[in-house]
Design a binder for this molecule. Sequence first.
Ligand code: 2AM
Ligand code: CA
Length: 262
Amino acid sequence: MLHSALINVMVKAARRAGRSLKRDLGEIENLQVSLKGPANFVSLADKRAEQMLYDDLTKARPGYGFLGEEGGTREGSDKSNIWIVDPLDGTTNFLHGIPQFAISIGLQREGVIVAGVIYNPANDELYIAERGKGAFLNDMRLRVAGRKRLDDCVVACGLPHIGRGDHELSRREMTEMQNRVAGLRRFGAASLDLAFVAAGRLDGYWERNLQPWDIAAGLIMVREAGGIISGIDGHDNAIESGNVVCGNETIQRELVKILKPL
Ligand code: 2AM
Ligand code: CA
């Protein structure tokens, strides 16, 4: 399938960094048994992947800014374009050898996300979206699920990590949702949760306290698949607030109705 030059640049970068992560994943199983564990190794894998992405993306589009999880903001001469990159989303999964992690690359232009690529090298699933051109999984056009009744829906969430976020609030959310949905899931890689909503695998997803690089590529993926993504308050502020609620029009609205008052 033919994609734009921009998407080709993003895909090429994601695949190269993905090969590196996949090799590193192979090493992790050996390291699991060591006393120190693979944590330091993973941190290096993460940094190496980000450096590759930075090199490839800035080589292909000199001047664009770069916001990465590892290196923070690197300003470019072109102030209107910025890459928003997570070299390894789902770090905890990766560390444990669970094949649910991804490279996430978003492009923000004049404050709007215009393109996104999410790549899971473990199963070679490549998600692509470009503004006005649709969303794709390995070249298959994506569409969010059509279910309208929450009690038919499988919905994923994120849970705050140890020492972070409001654990009491997340328990209230889960209690409420368990009473309302067919199945509740927690996969641990925000970018892939968003991609799964775009692919119609999940009917909905919500999570609080995320970072721009967790959300950027997934946001356009969901929108280009015909879904709605917002903050917990239902407004278009997912990246700014770090809180995400998404699904088809009906399900996103239902989820906001439940989560907002909690
Ligand atoms: P990460 O693996 O890149 O850190 C899981 O709920 C999601 O939350 C993942 O996408 C994870 O991305 C993200 N996340 C955000 N803040 C985190 C933190 N402090 N610790 C671990 N994961 C975090
Ligand atoms: Ca992340």
